[in-house]
Structure formats: structure tokens, C-alpha cells
Design a protein around this ligand. Structure first.
Ligand code: ACO
Length: 401
């Protein structure tokens, strides 16, 4: 705590907290994390129970509305979401302006931001009905947007949604199906991907959610706010870690090389970090990583795939968990450590990993955005700073400097 009167003669006190390690920026009733115990609850429900027993649609309803739906509510929610899956046809022209080798996250930032140019009837944030329509649209359109980014990158035609399919089954078909052939959804893959979506759905005030809240605090429309969240998520310290983790595991290649990478991660002169390890809040196992690890094994077994990357990941985890450096700093695998192994087995290229994270996190972002906008005490977010620059001085004409 700094007495700013001593520094600048202004009144009041403020905290200097780089990285917001100990500052609550809001009150929230959506998600609870106990980082010391490795607990994650959505609206009170443990993440492992949700991952095992529910569906992404159910969890989306829960995050948005505060309670689990009954059967009729779930069916209505599902059909509402699926009714909004189509994108305005003009947006396909927008895709064609990108290079084919554009990163899908670059495309997602652009296309999601552009939604506000198409859906004017859901940008009035003072109207709760419009806010809910925008929320449904965003949840519904993200699979279409992400799959179109993929299709564009591989040079295949865009696939229109099929709304009688499940949310996740429809996404798989739009991504891996082709118009000329029927696409058979593998129920094991569909369930695994749905579980990955559940595990990524929300995580309280992480960097991207805080970005969405900060953007929304100025009154920006929801599509623009979610685009801001996508931009933040892209970084390798956040959602980009799933792509970076798989690339790292592939680079390690075989278990014999693990000690070399552990040594690099511990070397303070080397910027290398073990990707998919460590977390700002968890100082224990990330409960999502536990479910992800089990799911990775199940999916690979079910698909009959033997992936040496999974062996490397397991071995790396075992070695790191016994190493004094990782023990002392309380560094455990996070949600991104095992997710890449599953996504790779399903057939997604690494560049799509963070786009899938964005797809799933959209529901969390929009739930937080709604919670913030509905709060009568909501104000524009405006952090202060600790000024460390020059004191006042007089301008000197350029010829005399
Ligand atoms: N490998 C090696 N050392 C690490 C790692 C790691 N993965 N993570 C943290 N450390 C060390 C740091 O060097 C630091 O050491 P020091 O105290 O000697 O300086 C100490 O642990 C604390 O690290 P910070 O960066 O200060 O911790 P912070 O809470 O700011 O960062 C973060 C958390 C960004 C997740 C970090 O652990 C990291 O970079 N991990 C790798 C990237 C990653 O997996 N990100 C995904 C996070 S989960 C998500 O967003 C979905």
C-alpha cells in the first residue's frame, strides 16, 4: 500500500500490485477456485463431476443462468443455441480476405470482432433481452467460426451447420466433414471433445476474462468484448500454452531427453519454461489436468492410437513432480499439458488448439460480461499506475537540445 500523498501530493491510498496477484477486481458468483487445495467449482458444482456427468450445453446453461437446467430447460436452451449456429453469408467473404496460412486465432479475432457489424439488433447492452440474444449468438456461432477458420486454412469448402446434431457433433462435422460425403460422428471423439469444452468453459478472473470485463466496462458491445478476450487468450502464457505444450513435447521427442529440458526450465539464464506447467492460482494439481490426463488415455485407447508424446508427457510429469525446483515453486501440470495430446489424436492441427479453447471459453467470458453489466455498481475499469518517469521540466526548442 502506497501513500500517494507523499509521492505526488494527491489524496488517497492505492495498492501497487503488478500482475494483480492479490487484487480482487470484482465480486463474482460464477466460479470458485481454491488454488492451494486444487478445487474448481462452477456455481458450486465440482469440475470433475461436471466433466464426468454433464454436457457442455448443460454447463453453458449453468454458467449463464446460475442453476443446472431441468430436461425441458436444457432442450429449449439447446434448440435456442442451435438455431443461431449459422453465420451471415457475407462473413464468408470476410474470411477470403485472409491469407490461407493465417493463424486461426488471427482469423477468430477478426471475425468475432466483425460480428457487431452484422448483428445490430443485439448490441444494445442496456436491454437484457438483447444481451441474452448476443450471448446465445456468440456461444452458437463460435464452432461455425472456428471450423470455417480451419476449412479456409486447408482449402476446403465451408460446411453449413446441421442443427439436429449435438453442439459438439455439429462442430466435428463442420470441421472434418466434406459436402460430398456423409460424416459419421465417432461418439468417443464427440464425448471427449465435449469434455474438453467443459474443462475450458470458465476459470474466474484469468487474463482473458479480465480483458473481457475491462473492455465491457466501457460499454463496448459484447462481440467486441469477446474479440478482446480472444486476443488476450492467444498468448503462450495463457491459452496459447496448449499449442506450445504439444510443440515442446514433440521437440523433446523421447523420454531420455527429458532431463535436458528440466535442466533448461530450471536455468534462470534460459528463458525456456515447461509449457503446460505452473499456474498463477493453483499451487497444487490443476483439477482440470487430472481429468484431461485420464481422458487422453481413454481416447487414445478407444481410437487404438499409441502416441509416444503421451508417454513423454507422463514421464515428464513424474520427473518434474519429484524435482526440488518444481516442488519448491509448486509447479504442477495445468489444463494445457494433456489437452494437446487428445486434440492431436482427434485430428486437429496444433494451430487450432487455442481456437478450440476460445470456442469453449466464450461461455465463461459472456457469463462474466453479463454478470458485470447487470451489476448496478458496475463502473468503468480504470487501474491507476505508479509513475516513475521524469518530474516536471520545461520545453526546450529543438535547435537548443
Ligand atoms: N517452468 C519453469 N519455471 C516456471 C514455470 C514453468 N512452466 N512456471 C513458473 N516458473 C517459475 C518462474 O520462473 C518463477 O521463478 P522465480 O520465482 O525463481 O522467478 C516462479 O516459478 C513463479 O513464476 P511466475 O511467472 O512469477 O508465476 P506466475 O503466476 O506469474 O505465472 C504462469 C504463471 C504464467 C502460468 C507460469 O507458470 C508459466 O509461464 N507457465 C508456462 C505457460 C503455461 O503453461 N501457461 C498456461 C497457464 S493455464 C491457462 O492459461 C489456461
Amino acid at each position: 500500500v502506497i501513500d500517494i500523498r507523499k509521492l505526488y501530493g494527491q489524496s488517497g491510498m492505492f495498492t501497487y500490485d503488478p500482475g494483480f496477484t492479490s487484487t480482487a477486481a470484482c465480486q463474482s458468483a460464477i466460479t470458485y477456485i481454491d488454488g492451494e487445495q486444487g478445487v474448481l467449482l462452477h456455481r458450486g458444482y465440482p469440475i470433475d463431476q461436471l466433466a464426468e456427468k454433464s454436457s457442455f450445453m448443460e454447463v453453458s446453461y449453468l454458467l449463464l443462468n446460475g442453476e443446472l437446467p431441468n430436461q425441458a430447460e436444457l432442450e429449449k436452451f439447446n434448440s435456442t443455441i442451435m438455431r443461431h449456429t449459422m453465420l451471415h453469408e457475407q462473413l464468408s467473404t470476410f474470411y477470403r480476405g485472409f491469407r490461407r496460412d493465417a493463424h486461426p486465432m488471427a482469423v477468430m479475432c477478426g471475425v468475432v470482432g466483425a460480428l457487431s457489424a452484422f448483428y445490430h439488433d443485439s448490441t444494445d447492452i442496456t436491454d437484457p433481452t438483447q444481451r441474452m440474444i448476443a450471448s446465445h449468438r456468440l456461444i452458437a456461432k463460435m464452432p461455425t467460426i472456428a471450423s470455417m477458420a480451419y476449412k479456409y486454412s486447408v482449402g476446403q469448402p465451408f460446411m453449413y451447420p446441421q442443427n439436429e446434431l449435438s453442439y459438439t457433433g455439429n462442430f466435428l462435422r463442420m470441421t472434418f466433414g466434406v459436402p460430398a460425403e456423409p460424416y459419421l460422428i465417432n461418439p468417443i471423439v464427440e464425448r471427449a471433445l465435449d469434455r474438453i469444452f467443459i474443462l475450458h468453459a470458465d476459470h474466474e478472473q484469468n487474463a482473458s476474462t479480465s480483458t473481457v470485463r475491462l473492455a465491457g466496462s466501457s460499454g463496448a458491445n459484447p462481440f467486441a468484448c469477446i474479440a478482446a478476450g480472444i486476443a488476450c487468450l492467444w498468448g503462450p502464457a495463457h491459452g496459447g500454452a496448449n499449442e506450445a505444450a504439444l510443440n515442446m513435447l514433440r521437440e523433446i521427442g523421447r523420454p531420455e531427453r527429458i532431463p535436458e529440458y528440466i535442466a533448461r526450465a530450471k536455468d534462470k539464464d534460459d528463458p525456456f519454461r515447461l509449457m503446460g506447467f505452473g499456474h498463477r492460482v493453483y499451487k497444487n494439481f490443476d483439477p482440470r489436468a487430472k481429468v484431461m490426463k485420464e481422458t487422453a488415455q481413454e481416447v487414445l485407447d478407444d481410437l487404438g492410437i499409441s502416441d509416444p508424446v503421451l508417454d513423454t508427457a507422463r514421464e515428464l510429469e513424474q520427473i518434474a513432480l519429484k524435482d526440488d525446483y518444481f516442488i519448491e515453486k509448486k509447479l504442477y501440470p495445468n489444463v494445457d499439458f494433456y489437452s494437446g495430446v487428445i486434440l492431436n489424436a482427434i485430428g486437429f492441427p496444433t494451430e487450432m488448439f487455442t481456437a478450440l479453447f476460445a470456442l469453449a471459453r466464450t461461455v465463461g467470458w459472456i457469463a462474466h460480461w453479463n454478470e458485470m453489466i447487470s451489476d448496478p455498481e458496475q463502473k468503468i475499469g480504470r487501474p491507476r499506475q505508479l509513475y516513475v518517469g521524469a518530474t516536471q521540466r520545461d520545453y526546450v526548442p529543438v535547435g537548443q537540445r
